[in-house]
Design a protein around this ligand. Structure first.
Ligand SMILES: CSCCC(=O)/C(O)=C/O
Ligand SMILES: [Fe+2]
Length: 179
């Protein structure tokens, strides 16, 4: 099960866990009410895993690549990390599957509080179009992740404020229905 918790408001190193004190864990059920879904897969067998193949088929995740985020391998490493950690949304779902290493996805809850989701080897996550979020490496400074997409990928991040986009309006409607 993926681990998630409410964050403290400290401006300390973004790579630290930033757990609120006292701890306020967030369950997968709470995440799913925000439209965020988490799965556990066998990352050692990703090339032949029938479970991954089924998820891709059922959700039309026809496109995929693998990104390795490490200072020695990713061009413009510092700049990219900065972009990933700016609060933003996308017009499409963001789907990531951790093959090695670890990192954090942060998402806003209905009251705009940050929830930190700890992603480790074998964790897959889907973030809905229109949700405000960000990503950071953790203190291990390394992640290798599969990026999945329906059709040709569009990576554009729309930094907050991005409320004028249809994807945002639809996401807010989704949250309303859940309330
Ligand atoms: C772990 S993949 C890098 C983060 C990313 O691709 C993204 O779009 C963050 O919002
Ligand atoms: Fe993103």
């Amino acid at each position: 099960m993926v681990q998630a918790w409410y964050m403290d408001g400290s401006a300390e190193d973004q790579r630290k866990p930033h757990r609120l004190e006292p701890d306020r864990p967030v369950t997968e059920q709470q995440l799913s009410e925000l439209g965020v879904h988490a799965f556990k897969l066998d990352a050692d067998s990703y090339e032949t895993d029938p479970e991954l193949a089924k998820i891709r088929k059922e959700n039309n995740y026809s496109w995929m690549d693998i990104i390795t985020i490490h200072k020695d391998t990713l061009p413009n490493y510092e700049q990219k990390l900065k972009i990933f950690y700016e609060e933003h949304l996308h017009l499409d779902d963001e789907i990531r599957y951790v093959l090695e290493g670890s990192g954090y996805f942060d998402v806003r809850d209905k009251e705009e509080r940050w929830i930190r989701i700890s992603m480790k080897k074998g964790d897959m996550i889907t973030l809905p179009a229109g949700i405000y979020h960000r990503f950071t490496l953790d203190e291990n400074n390394y992640i290798k992740a599969m990026r999945l997409f329906v059709g040709e990928p569009v990576w554009t991040p729309y930094n907050r404020p991005a409320d004028k986009y249809d994807a945002r309006t639809k996401y807010l409607q989704f949250l309303e229905q859940k309330a």
